[in-house]
Design a protein around this ligand. Structure first.
Ligand code: ADP
Ligand code: ZN
Ligand code: ZN
Length: 751
């Protein structure tokens, strides 16, 4: 086979051009590393996408050939040779493309991007091949009398005949048979074995569906018809449908249409959304293989799923954020459920947004893209309103109960118990009396957010962060929710010695305690990160709740999203004010999404629901609009405000974060960087705004100081040019090695 070398790089030196492999290595440096191709050439020829083992410093590491070139900036004699080629075919081309795209867009090292984007087993050098297992099958039409003198073998033969699709050896020994008995049976010609790939066996021929699809209502049918208009081209659609309006049914029917053509669908769900129930819903619909990428998989299982997707055996692939990097042999569509969800954004390393990569990927594959949400992100909503995405809407629930309206209740000047107003407590009481369940939403875990001294005003603060410690009672301690440091509760005020320390405000533990006191005969379930640390405990609890006994659920946003809680008819929001006056311009968007999602938990099944929202700002116009007209009206208004203020999605941002244990060091580097950038922008005549440096909203975290620079431009390409220049400047700067810095393209939070 011939090598597919191109002449991307030309030798500068006097020597003749020579073949070079440019390799992406696990390194934060944004560059490739040149190696000489070793002999022999792999059977497929040298190609980008082959994993190679190379000497790197004093170690050997595994990298991926990213480019082929003639010549290097280094003389040939200084180049090392690769030690080994690990693959006889390159990693999937669509995967390579996505890694290159993500590395370029997010200004990240290609090597690190590829490391993150591949399963651990491939990182470690294991081959990319579906694992197989041996199945034992009966051979029919034999004279069973031959087995008369071997009763155990006859029994085993009978067992095999009950399983005409085969049994693995493990199952056979579990039935009490030995390997010798099996081999004897094989020798006599009664059994034979077959190697099959472990994951995703071939789809059953004939009908794709294991259970029938639902007859669609008018809105659903219209939406699906629009999707059917263009199944084989880039076709971005925003499905804006109120909670419980049947969006998932549309996904299922789109997947069905594509599976019928042998095409794969990649479905992204939020971290919190990939529950066994969700998976069961997809699996029970289809007879084609549905595979899931979730945190519970072992490394070999994860590779199996990847391989099944890359080879086209898996027709439906469901996963959380990182599943966007799953290769697809026959891509049919990408679906992003709850596309507004914050968990699609990675907050360290490669700070990618899986929804945005989904858009890029659908475009690359030239396939439909379906973004679904009851509360679309402003980015997607703007695209839909501007006509760049098709806008599909579902305004009704099949259950006929419209989502409940928010009822605002005034927190000012009223006595509260465990954070709850008398009106809310009365409503809880009558709901329980009617035999229903209540969800009390409170976005703070712990007992109380503040511990203060009544004598002198001292407040318990974290030693390492600019933040207060949260008081916990189960177990009793002070904890910082930003750095996770803990300490014992003081007996007396460390400043004045007074014993009068008071817990101010309410968290989930306090509300739980209060409710248990008020309703001693009712079960109160607290659901937050502290109460559900065990992996399956949350699942267990959800099952119990779905059985429908009257009970109280006190929970954080873990409970607010996605779950189907058919017996909840009352939702109480303890405090809606978190995002109203926050400094972050996205806070209001996110808090409106959360409120609408929480409200959506009420009255999803046969019973209408009620949502009580406690607030210190009952006259706030935004909150009023959300209550009166819903998310969709508020979002359109807020988008206008963003347009006027030239904020995303009407501009493109990048956030540079600098951090150091020494505040001066972080600040000095940020100042130099901002100054250098401003000069360059002026010289290049590039209209990019550079703001800062400014201290981060919480400047000190874990004893490190955080300083920010923000870039904003009207055009994506301008932002890209400026961010790229700044990153290169920092990478070349010696001072920058002493300070930790990172870049966040399209930051979702300014923290
Ligand atoms: P969403 O994804 O918008 O939250 P779901 O797809 O989960 O909504 O639908 C909510 C409920 O309505 C589910 O129980 C679902 O089975 C049911 N449902 C959806 N579409 C229909 C339909 N066309 N006819 C009857 N029930 C439906
Ligand atoms: Zn004091
Ligand atoms: Zn802290």
């Amino acid at each position: 086979m011939s090598d597919t070398f191109s002449s991307q790089t030309h030798a500068q030196g006097p020597s003749a051009p020579f073949k070079v492999l440019r390799v992406a290595l696990p390194s934060p440096l944004r560059r490739l590393f040149d190696y000489l191709p070793a002999h022999p050439t792999p059977t497929c020829g040298w190609q980008p996408g082959l994993r190679v083992r190379v000497p790197f410093g004093r170690r050997e590491v595994i990298g991926i050939v990213a480019e082929l070139a003639y010549g290097s900036e280094l003389p040939r004699t200084q180049l090392k040779s690769i030690s080994e080629v690990l693959d006889d075919a390159p990693l999937p081309g669509d995967w390579q493309w996505l890694c290159h795209f993500a590395a370029r867009y997010y200004q990240h090292s290609l090597g690190d991007t590829m490391q993150l984007a591949m399963p651990a087993r491939l990182r470690q050098g294991h081959p990319m091949a579906g694992r197989t297992q041996t199945l034992w099958l009966p051979v029919e039409t034999h004279d069973v009398t031959q087995l008369q003198r071997a009763p155990k073998q006859a029994e085993l033969y009978a067992l095999l005949r009950q399983h005409p699709h085969g049994l693995p050896g493990r199952a056979i020994s579990a039935h009490g048979f030995t390997r010798d008995q099996l081999l004897a049976l094989q020798k006599k010609g009664f059994a034979h074995s077959q190697e099959v790939i472990l994951t995703a066996p071939q789809p059953a021929s004939g009908n794709l569906l294991a259970s029938p699809s639902l007859p669609l209502n008018r809105e659903q049918a219209t939406a699906l018809a629009v999707l059917h208009e263009k199944l084989d081209g880039y076709h971005p659609c925003l499905l804006e449908g109120v909670t419980g309006s049947g969006k998932t049914e549309i996904y299922l029917q789109l997947i069905e249409a594509l599976a019928a053509k042998g095409k794969q669908s990649l479905v992204l769900v939020p971290e919190i959304g990939l529950t066994p129930q969700t998976l069961a819903r997809f699996r029970s619909r289809f007879r084609v293989p549905v595979v899931a990428l979730h945190s519970g998989l072992t490394d070999p299982e994860r590779l199996d799923v990847w391989e099944a997707a890359a080879n086209g055996r898996a027709l439906v692939i469901i996963g959380t954020r990182s599943a966007i990097f799953t290769p697809l042999a026959n891509p049919g569509a990408i679906i992003v459920d709850e596309e507004h969800d914050g968990s699609y954004k990675q907050h360290d390393g490669l700070r990618y947004h899986a929804r945005d990569l989904a858009v890029a990927r659908a475009h690359y594959h030239n396939i439909p893209l379906l973004l679904g949400s009851a509360t679309p992100s402003f980015e997607s909503l703007q695209q839909a309103l501007a006509g760049a995405y098709r806008h599909l809407r579902l305004t009704q629930r099949p259950s006929r109960h419209p989502p409940a309206k928010l009822e605002l209740i005034d927190l000012r000047h009223q006595r509260r118990q465990g954070g709850l107003l008398p009106g809310a407590i009365r409503a809880i009481k009558s709901t329980l009396k009617a035999g229903k369940q209540v969800l009390i939403f409170i976005n703070r875990r712990g007992f109380a957010p503040t511990l203060a001294c009544h004598g002198c005003g001292w407040i318990a603060e974290c030693n390492q962060c600019d933040s207060r410690m949260t008081l916990h009672r189960q177990p009793s301690l002070l904890a910082c929710h930003h750095c996770d440091s803990r300490r014992a509760l003081p007996d007396a005020c460390p400043d004045c010695g007074s014993g009068d320390l008071r817990a101010l405000g309410s968290g989930t533990e306090r509300t739980e305690e209060t409710l248990q006191g008020l309703f001693p005969n009712v079960t109160v379930h607290r659901i937050d990160r502290d109460s559900t640390r065990r992996k399956d405990s949350f699942e267990q609890l959800l099952k119990e709740i779905q059985r429908g006994e009257p009970c109280l659920l006190v929970g954080t946003q873990m409970l607010a999203k996605g779950h189907h809680l058919p017996h909840v008819t009352l939702v109480v929001v303890v405090n809606a004010d978190g995002g109203l006056y926050a400094a972050d311009f996205r806070a209001l968007e996110h808090s409106a999404q959360l409120l609408e999602q929480v409200a959506g938990r009420a009255g999803r099944a046969a019973h209408p629901g009620r949502v009580l929202v406690q607030t210190l700002h009952p006259d706030d116009p935004h909150l009023g609009q959300l209550a009166e007209h819903g998310y969709s009206a508020l979002a359109r208004n807020l988008l206008e405000e963003r347009r006027i203020a030239k904020l995303p999605p009407f501009c493109f941002m990048a956030l540079l974060r600098f951090e150091s244990p020494r505040e001066e060091a972080a600040l000095a580097l940020a100042q130099q960087a901002a100054q250098a950038l401003r000069q360059w922008l002026k010289a290049a005549n590039l209209p990019v705004r550079c703001l800062g440096p400014v201290p981060a909203p919480m400047e000190r975290r874990q004893n490190r100081y955080h300083i920010h620079i923000m870039l904003a431009a009207d055009k994506r390409s301008q932002r890209h040019a400026a961010a790229n220049w700044l990153v290169q400047w920092l990478e070349a700067n010696r001072e920058a090695r002493k300070v930790r810095w990172s870049i966040d393209i399209d930051p979702q939070s300014l923290a």
